[in-house]
Design a protein around this ligand. Structure first.
Ligand SMILES: [Mg+2]
Length: 370
């Protein structure tokens, strides 16, 4: 089998605001083959920049677009495709958006591999260790503590056993930070787990103070309290924090996850397959397991990323909770025909070939930006 075409599709809602919500736009990767099999991937990054990385014309041997580098290769040779992309993007894309674009390609290649073998991708990755995961509802903090309380009550009433609140007003003041978490707990009740995603707002000493203050409300974890580069800060915080610390969504290379786990002493690592690829997500999960740490997905995009995340977690030995984005966007809920309903608090790993999703092409047309 050979890759015949690699395309990047930029989708965007009519109104995009500055809120920290990755479901307002997306970049899909489509890979076609001479066997008639098509694979789909998705990237969580700056969509037009990803598209440029995919479509860049040949400049010279180690500065080439990903589509050029991939055409003619065997899509089942997934590691070889990865190596060719790294060669092509050597001068401009070995980190950041270059690796994000490669991640989207990696998802599409696993989709093709599963379809070619008529089995779910997790099987080719050595799974499943589990076929369902406890879903935590992932939303943004309300603008006020009161609004946060109402959101917590609403999603607890919907049957979620865990709710994560992220970003928004967190980090503006000590008093408000505490009120947000207190009201989240009040709204959710005593039996629902509360997860706090701070959104890169503190130095490690302030992060530690908040971890101690939030511990009173029994939070499940404190996520991304520091800047992604502050690995030393994570080490100081993780050694002292009374609550588990989670981060990793901003990373895309194995070595950066490894550094967070080994040098940063992280408790929970959160690879996003749309930024690091399914291959790397599984490697990171296995490393976390060897180090007796935990892994959870980061996913704030469409059903493609949800499916990829489920396959990734199914292929590691110790998956527990699953980030289930509840942002109110048609790109989140309607891009795939599969809806990934939460049943009794759990979301099931798709069983169809490849990533196990089918794309609603009318929706792609509707939100496509040419
Ligand atoms: Mg986060």
């Amino acid at each position: 089998m050979k890759i015949t075409r690699v395309s990047a599709h930029y989708l965007r809602l009519p109104d995009v605001t500055a809120r920290c919500d990755g479901t307002q736009d997306t970049c899909l990767i489509q890979i076609e083959t001479d066997a008639g099999i098509t694979g789909w991937g998705e990237v969580d990054s700056a969509p037009t920049v990803v598209k440029a990385v995919v479509e860049a014309p040949l400049s010279h041997q180690i500065s080439n677009g990903l589509a050029n580098a991939l055409e003619g290769l065997d899509p089942l040779a997934i590691d070889v495709c990865g190596a060719r992309m790294l060669d092509a993007a050597n001068y401009y894309g070995r980190v950041g958006v270059g690796t994000h674009a490669m991640a989207g390609v990696n998802l599409a290649l696993w989709d093709i591999a599963g379809k070619a073998h008529n089995c779910p991708a997790y099987q080719l990755l050595g799974g499943p260790y589990q076929t369902k995961f406890r879903a935590y509802c992932s939303i943004l903090f309300g603008d006020t503590p009161q609004e946060t309380s109402e959101l917590a009550r609403r999603f607890a009433d919907e049957g979620f056993t865990a709710i994560k609140f992220g970003w928004g007003p967190m980090g503006q003041s000590e008093k408000n930070d505490i009120a947000l978490v207190r009201e989240a707990r009040k709204g959710a009740g005593a039996d629902v787990d509360i997860l706090v995603d701070a959104g890169q707002v503190w130095d490690w000493k302030t992060g530690l103070k908040r971890a101690e203050q939030f511990a009173e409300y029994g939070i499940f974890w404190l996520e991304e309290p520091l800047y992604p580069e502050d690995v030393e800060g994570y080490a100081c915080l993780c050694e002292r924090s009374p609550v588990p610390i989670a981060t990793g969504e901003a990373e895309s290379r194995y070595r950066d996850f490894e550094r967070l786990l080994v040098e940063g002493h992280l408790d929970w690592v959160q690879p996003d397959p749309g930024r690091c690829g399914l291959s790397t997500m599984v490697e990171v999960g296995r490393l976390a397991h060897r180090l007796h740490r935990k892994v959870a997905n980061h996913s704030f995009k469409s059903g493609i990323t949800i499916a990829a995340s489920l396959h990734g977690l199914a292929a590691v030995p110790h998956g527990e909770v699953f980030e289930y984005c509840m942002a109110d966007s048609p790109l989140r809920h309607d891009l795939t025909h599969e809806k990934f309903a939460v049943v009794d608090g759990y979301v099931h790993v798709p069983e169809g070939p490849g990533l196990g999703v089918t794309i609603d092409e009318a929706l792609v047309e509707k939100y496509l930006v040419n």
